[in-house]
Design a protein around this ligand. Structure first.
Ligand SMILES: C[S@@+](CC[C@H](N)C(=O)[O-])C[C@H]1O[C@@H](n2cnc3c(N)ncnc32)[C@H](O)[C@@H]1O
Length: 289
């Protein structure tokens, strides 16, 4: 019998190391890293397969970095959202699985709309915009990002998705709070999605976010609402009557974001929704007619 370690051994050893470092999803991360090292999708991992010494060594190195709380996406260089893979690296936000709910809500809002006009504000890697373009090939999708480094990744991902056959999206370097932003689309947009930075300055976060992510992707003023406060009037201006806004926020913004939408006087049917763990995650509203 061979004494080469197996994939299962690799995963279980890494799981113990990641558990000891209090990494939130040790088994899942150990498995993702194993798939990355072996160059296969997670679903194709064979637990009984033997692994080479160099592969075990590389896995160990990556697990040590993950134990230091480097985000998983920065180690594998990729993240999945809405059925697509996007490339990520230090300098751009790693899309969160929570955004699947924002996407699903956005897709639902477009069910009865043909050739919808969609805007993703604060697009980062482009994940939300590109996932929507993938789901709705008939959509005209615009995406806006302020940070040049993030915008580079959005460009890279947009080119890759277009090569894969998705409808190309239009990327814009810009400030999502700019009163003149995308003025040519005023009153025409069917759906605006946004995952802006929303953490109050100075709040202590898990190192994945507080230490390794770009500050601009995470923090947004003393109450975390600086960007959201600027996005509300921009969304009100861009949306057509009856158009939908879906905006992520901090779990502590469950009341303040709906209040901001209400007090703008531009929105109706304002609601707030929770994530899978029942923590407030995003607000939705429709542009008053
Ligand atoms: C939480 S990340 C979300 C990225 C992406 N939408 C996602 O879900 O993966 C917020 C993004 O907003 C960008 N950003 C921050 N302030 C902005 C502003 N005023 N205008 C446009 N983008 C902004 C950051 O650079 C970052 O890429």
């Amino acid at each position: 019998m061979s004494d080469m370690p197996t994939v299962l051994w690799l995963i279980e050893t890494a799981e113990r190391a990641l558990s000891a470092a209090s990494v939130p999803n040790p088994r899942g991360d150990a498995t993702e890293l194993a798939a990355h090292v072996l160059g296969v999708e997670v679903a194709r991992l064979d637990p009984g397969a033997e692994i080479q010494e160099e592969q075990a060594e590389l896995h160990k190195e990556l697990v040590a970095k993950r134990a230091d709380r480097v985000p998983l996406g920065y180690l594998t260089g990729r993240m999945h959202l809405g059925g697509i893979e996007v490339a990520v690296a230090p300098g751009v936000f790693v899309p969160r699985v929570h955004s699947e709910l924002v996407l699903a809500h956005g897709a639902q809002a477009l069910r009865a709309v043909t050739t919808p006009l969609v805007v993703d504000l604060c697009t980062g890697s482009g994940a939300i915009a590109l996932a929507m373009a993938h789901t709705r090939p008939d959509a005209r999708v615009h995406a806006v990002e302020l940070d040049p480094s993030a915008l580079e990744w959005a460009r890279f991902n947009a080119a890759r998705r277009a090569e894969a056959g998705d409808t190309p999206i239009q990327l814009h370097a810009g400030d999502a709070t700019d009163p003149e932003l995308l003025a040519e689309l005023d009153g025409q947009v069917d759906l605006i999605m946004a995952n802006p930075p929303f953490v109050p300055d100075g709040v202590q976060l898990l190192p994945e976010y507080g230490k390794f992510h770009p500050e601009r992707a995470i923090f947004s003023g003393s109450d975390g609402l600086d960007v959201i406060r600027g996005v509300v009037p921009v969304a009100g201006r861009l949306l057509r009557g009856g158009g939908t806004l879906v905006i992520e926020h901090g779990h502590f913004h469950q009341e303040t974001v709906p209040e901001l939408l209400q007090s703008s006087g531009q929105f109706m049917e304002i609601a707030d929704y929770c994530d899978q763990d029942r923590r407030p995650l995003y607000a939705t509203a429709r542009r008053a007619r």
